[in-house]
Design a protein around this ligand. Structure first.
Ligand SMILES: [Zn+2]
Length: 90
């Protein structure tokens, strides 16, 4: 009960399954980032925060977290900078 859900520290996606974890260069799991953001020891894309917001927003609408793209972008603008990957940028 009450198992802590890990949140990808790049895109904010909750990782409920171990297979959603990213992978390190040595093939072990990386529990800080999801497999979409981080695999084989590096980020798949060298995105900026703005690009990440653009690519995540449609998913949030799709998942029902937000009603519109604009609303999703506003939330991501507040939320993503609190995550580890973005905390030290800019
Ligand atoms: Zn991610």
């Amino acid at each position: 009960m009450n198992k802590e859900v890990k949140i990808c520290q790049s895109c904010g996606m909750p990782m409920t399954e171990e297979e959603q974890f990213g992978t390190n260069a040595d093939g072990t799991k990386n529990e800080e980032y999801c497999k979409y953001c981080y695999s084989n020891g590096s980020f798949g894309k060298d995105e900026t925060l703005e690009e990440m917001i653009e690519s995540c927003a449609p998913f949030m609408v799709q998942e029902g977290d937000c009603k519109t793209i604009e609303e999703a972008k506003e939330m991501l603008k507040e939320y993503l900078p609190t995550l580890k990957r973005w905390r030290n940028t800019r």
